[in-house]
Design a protein around this ligand. Structure first.
Ligand code: HEM
Length: 453
């Protein structure tokens, strides 16, 4: 039996068209070659197909097929390489769906056990991101008398642009009592500390922190959830889920090829984000350099996660003009209130008829802008969430904010400036976490291997 999740002969498999009603039957076709992934697997074998498609994606081409939607490329067929200089899921184009998970390592785990877990996670993630099962024959090819190695809900689904990104929290280097469980204390990045308390924080410990994190992004929620579920399962007895978050819509673009999406306030979000094509800025502001401390983190980044509840019922009663004043951009076009179109640079000096600045002094974009923050930028990669409702009948909705930066100080500086942000009246930060994201993984290595060298 083929180990491809999309293998044609598998009675349990579902065609992309069946799995995504409404998508055109040719949704598995590779636009570059006109060959479907199913055919590719048939001709070349699954591993070769992954490599071919992955190589194209690595060259900066997100391999995608056209579907029925307004000339848009269907993301269903995208495959991103797992191995490379940097982990995928940072500058790769932000996918539509997220499952993010933070883990606590179990007290019984030792250094060898931690390395073994990271090795198994790496092997599984490398396969899953190529559209394969956790292991060959994982869901239905094993013994009738043993639980399947793969949980099976992604059988028949394509890779869907899945990226899996791993991070290490402060607790990996010293636990709450200060104990150095894994002999890593001396290698802790000095900046890897729980974030300081910011004005207005209403953090809930149960949805904050974590020793390890996994960010799974995909264009199909079932694929992202399958990845987290199976990686959590692999960790059983070694690390347990502390909290996890689903995101249903990206709130950022990370490539100039992507249209700017909208957040739950209805505004375009991601216009001024750092984009993959800005290679000098990415290098300067996102990747940790070998000359930074510590060297094992070179090629990596720092990831900040904030669960930001949006009080949307109150927001929905705010006049349009005030909403725009609070953000500093127009709601329709996303243009700065100083004039121009979406991608015009805001002019914070420009005044209107009353001599007041056209972009309010407390507007979000002014306070978050690099000119207010010593040039600090970040790559935002957050998602909208709605997790049911509270007892008052309000949606438990908001922005699961994720940002990658070369130093946590970049986030700290911007978040400190945002203390006077007019939007704060409609926001509540309830979850917070920080992770050091190791650089990319070479074949034959495990993620973060340099930390243990
Ligand atoms: C729910 C909370 C938030 C909402 C609704 C929100 C919304 C927005 C919107 C609509 C924009 C303008 C479009 C764009 O350039 O992307 C923007 C820009 C930005 N936001 Fe936020 N944001 C939120 C939280 C944050 C946080 C926590 C940070 C970082 C601490 C942040 C940092 C930025 C930055 C750096 C920009 C670009 C500013 C520029 O260079 O013009 N935002 N945000």
């Amino acid at each position: 039996m083929s180990d491809s999740r999309s293998s044609a002969g598998d009675a349990h498999s579902t065609s992309p068209a069946e799995a995504h009603p409404g998508t055109a039957p040719e949704a598995g076709a590779d636009s570059a070659s006109g060959v479907s992934r199913r055919q590719l697997f048939g001709f070349l074998g699954a591993g070769a197909a992954g490599a071919v498609v992955g190589a194209a994606a690595g060259a900066g081409v997100a391999v995608a097929a056209t579907s029925g939607g307004a000339g848009a490329a269907s993301p269903a067929a995208s495959v991103y390489p797992f191995f490379g200089a940097h982990q995928a899921g940072i500058v790769t184009p932000a996918q539509d769906r997220l499952h993010f998970a933070a883990f606590d390592v179990d007290d019984t785990l030792d250094r060898d056990g931690l390395m073994a877990l990271l090795t198994e996670w790496t092997d599984a993630a490398a396969r899953l991101s190529q559209g394969l099962e956790v292991a060959e024959g994982g869901a239905v090819g094993g013994s009738d008398y043993a639980p399947p190695v793969d949980t099976g809900e992604a059988l028949g689904l394509p890779a869907s642009g899945l990226t899996i990104t791993f991070g290490f929290g402060p607790g990996l280097f010293a636990d709450a009592s200060g104990a150095d469980r894994f002999g890593l204390a001396a290698r802790r990045p000095a900046m890897l500390e729980p974030l300081p308390r910011f004005q207005g924080d209403a953090l809930v410990p149960e949805i904050s922190g974590g020793d390890l994190c996994i960010q799974a992004c995909a264009d199909d929620p079932q694929v992202a959830v399958h990845a987290i579920r199976n990686l959590s399962r692999i960790a059983f007895g070694r690390a347990s889920l502390r909290w996890s978050q689903l995101g249903f819509g990206r709130t950022s673009s990370t490539s100039t090829t992507q249209a700017t999406p909208r957040n739950l306030f209805g505004f375009k979000d991601g216009t001024a984000n750092v984009k993959a094509e800005e290679t000098a800025t990415v290098d300067d502001q996102i990747w940790v350099h070998a000359s930074d401390e510590p060297a094992w983190l070179a090629g990596g980044s720092y990831l900040v996660a904030r669960r930001i509840r949006m009080i949307i019922e109150n927001w929905d009663r705010v006049q349009l003009g005030e909403q725009e004043m609070l953000v500093g951009r127009s709601k329709g076009e996303g243009a700065p209130l100083s004039g121009g179109t979406e991608f015009t640079e805001p002019d914070f000096e420009k005044t209107g008829a009353t001599d007041a600045p056209l972009i309010d002094t407390n507007a979000h974009v002014r306070l978050a802008h690099p000119t207010t923050n010593g040039g600090a930028r970040m790559l935002r990669r957050g998602y909208n969430f709605v997790d049911g409702n509270d007892s008052l009948g309000r949606l438990d909705a908001g922005l699961f904010f994720l940002s990658f930066q070369r130093s946590p100080q970049q986030f700290i500086d911007v978040q400190t400036s945002l203390a006077r942000d007019g939007l704060n009246e409609y926001l509540k930060h309830v979850g917070s976490a920080i992770f050091a994201v190791p650089g990319g993984v070479a074949e034959g290595e495990f993620v973060g291997q340099a930390l243990f060298a």
